[in-house]
Design a protein around this ligand. Structure first.
Ligand SMILES: [Zn+2]
Length: 303
């Protein structure tokens, strides 16, 4: 029955992958941290720049399946394709929650493994995805992950239906507005009261507020309100500390809201990158990916 939940927390090593919560219909796979090519000033060898641990989700019926988000590097993409194949389903769709390259540059191996699968997203996301493949955006990605990702990846195309069915199970793609990007969408699985949120919600990680503004942070808070109004019980976040305790919707919504509000306050009270990082770290010392905070603080104080 699709409402029973199975948990498999087996680990495959520090830079391997972990298999997160398993449900009969919804399967989550949390990928471990990527090391980013960046040496923040003042950091020690123990403080490496990392890209946040990320989740891909397979929504699988008896025969068909839909994959949500396809990661960044070619190595991640190959592991992801192997994981999808291990379920023995007929993958028809790879859905991209938003246009950021770290959600679809890694789709190639899954598209190779399932030639019939379509790489898709909602219409409002397509231009964002195309922009990520521009020389300017690729230069930014190369500054972190040169040679590790497919610079000529397929571009997601616009969906015709936002209510597909997987072997009779209804799935809904819902545009919610801005969060870490301009147009972010989520995937809702009504029968499980579950939402796969992409980067709208974070689970025990510093949030990606790089280049954020008071306006963009206010928009992100409104997007969290719109997601809360869907009343999910579980939220599978695209960003997740592999050791996060659960996928409880109220907990991750509350923590994401509080983090943005606290960062907003800290920005107004801080006069430097160091002050902003220290103020936020004091409140969120247990959160993973401090590099995300440093990157956000640095863009705040760029002239
Ligand atoms: Zn994103």
């Amino acid at each position: 029955m699709p409402l029973t939940h199975e948990v498999d927390d087996s680990r495959l090593g520090a830079h391997g992958e972990s298999r997160g919560r398993h449900h009969d219909l919804v399967h989550q796979r949390v990928h471990q941290w990527l090391q980013a090519d960046s040496e923040p000033p003042g950091w020690t060898a123990q403080q490496q720049a990392t890209w946040p641990a990320s989740a891909s989700t397979l929504i699988a019926g008896d025969r068909g399946a839909l994959l949500v988000d396809a990661l960044l590097t070619t190595t991640e993409g190959e592991r992801l394709a192997g994981w999808v194949k291990s379920w023995g389903k007929n993958l028809s769709t790879i859905y991209i929650t938003h246009g950021h390259g770290d959600h679809f540059f890694g789709a190639g191996p899954s598209l190779d493994a399932f030639p019939q699968a379509q790489l898709v997203t909602l219409p409002e996301v397509v231009d964002d995805a195309r922009e990520q493949q521009s020389p300017e955006a690729l230069a930014t990605w190369n500054s972190w992950f040169k040679g590790q990702f497919d610079e000529k990846s397929a571009t997601p195309t616009a969906l015709i239906s936002d209510e597909p069915e997987i072997d009779g199970h209804v799935v809904r793609f819902i545009g919610l507005g801005g969060s870490d990007g301009v147009d972010n969408t989520v995937v809702r699985v009504p029968e499980l009261s579950t939402v796969v949120s992409g980067d709208v919600v974070y689970n025990n990680l510093h949030m990606w507020l790089w280049n954020s503004t008071p306006e963009s942070r206010a928009e992100w808070l409104a997007t969290l309100d719109a997601l809360a109004a869907l009343r999910p019980e579980k939220i599978i976040t695209g960003r997740r500390d592999p050791d996060a305790p659960n996928d409880d919707a109220q907990r991750v919504l509350a923590q994401s809201r509080r983090y943005i509000e606290d960062f907003d306050t800290a920005v107004t009270r801080s006069g430097s990158v160091v002050q902003l990082v220290d103020a936020t770290t004091q409140r969120y010392s247990a959160y993973g990916n401090p590099y995300g905070l440093l990157a956000a603080a640095a863009t705040r104080f760029e002239s």
